[in-house]
Write a protein of this length. Structure first.
Length: 306
């Protein structure tokens, strides 16, 4: 298994185990631990056991820390939010379709999205297709149509340049790209890499201009910050790094609206730009759909707490 793929799987396992452990802490706190355990799908329990074994073999220290992190997360949430009349804990991957990871059912539904990351790092909040971004999040069909046309033009220029570099006959896109040539950005080098980077830099610059033009309502940024549902709470553990996962801070971030924002000066790098919003930086990054030979891109949004 490739190292990148292995790390992605381990991160997913870590996330699932943390959700489970935090849910257990809540169930114990509110006095229905046995009922909660009994409500879980047996196949899910087997799956969790396999995740635990994988983490034990890969990073025993992380596995040991997850229990402590779960206790601190649940205690902080209960202290700050003080949920009332909780009678049920739902693991959303098991029982609900929701942006939340955990829902406490009580006086109301207390929706919780769990995050665990290194202090001062960026936390992923949204990933969307470039060809639907402006229409979906800013309700701007005109800008979406214009941007899509520009995207096709720049993709055509990029693909033609790649074929010319290899002195290959060009027809359309990467239709005739030799099967033994890479389609992965990370495997490009030399002039090929420069051609690709210039293409991505241009796309990011074009996307940035449409973003500024299309963003007419600051509330449209809420979704990009991870608050598509205004009643969700982000429960975040900031740790010292992957060497020991020492807890540095626990934060409960609830939706408070977006009153002011500004684009950071000189913020465009090759693939991204940033906005400052209250006490956060919102980073917008243009990325390929895994392979650079695909004519579309994805837009990744992430948040850094200042």
């Amino acid at each position: 298994m490739r190292q990148v793929t292995k790390e992605a799987y381990l991160n997913a396992y870590k996330g699932s185990l943390l959700e489970y452990l935090v849910a257990i802490e809540f169930a114990q706190k509110f006095g229905f631990f046995k009922e909660f355990i009994g409500s879980l799908d047996p196949n899910y329990k087997v799956q969790l056991q396999s995740y635990e074994l994988a983490l034990r073999n890969a990073d025993r220290n992380l596995l040991n820390q997850l229990g402590l992190i779960a206790k601190r997360l649940s205690a902080t949430y209960l202290d700050k939010i003080n949920p009332k009349d909780v009678s049920k804990v739902l693991l959303c991957g098991q029982t609900h379709e929701s942006e939340a990871d955990i829902i406490l059912v009580g006086h109301r539904e207390y929706k919780i999205s769990l995050k665990m990351c290194k202090l001062k790092s960026y936390i992923n909040t949204k990933s969307a297709g470039a060809k639907s971004f402006f229409e979906k999040y800013f309700h701007d069909k005109a800008s979406q149509k214009s941007f899509n046309n520009d995207l096709e033009v720049h993709f055509e220029t990029f693909s033609r340049s790649m074929f010319e570099y290899h002195d290959l006959e060009y027809s359309s896109g990467f239709e005739n790209w030799p099967s033994d040539f890479t389609e992965l950005p990370g495997q490009l080098s030399g002039e090929e890499r420069e051609i690709y980077q210039q293409y991505m830099k241009k796309i990011t610059s074009v996307f940035y201009e449409y973003f500024k033009k299309s963003l007419q309502n600051s509330e449209h940024l809420s979704s990009l910050l991870g608050f598509s549902s205004k009643d969700i709470d982000h429960l975040i553990c900031f740790h010292s790094g992957t060497q020991n996962y020492k807890i540095v801070d626990i934060l409960v971030d609830s939706f408070s609206g977006v009153n002011e924002f500004k684009f950071e000066d000189n913020c465009i790098d090759k693939f991204s730009f940033e906005l400052s919003i209250n006490d956060k930086l919102l980073q917008i990054r243009c990325k390929p759909m895994n392979k650079f030979s695909a004519p579309s891109l994805k837009i990744n949004c992430s948040v850094k707490y200042l």
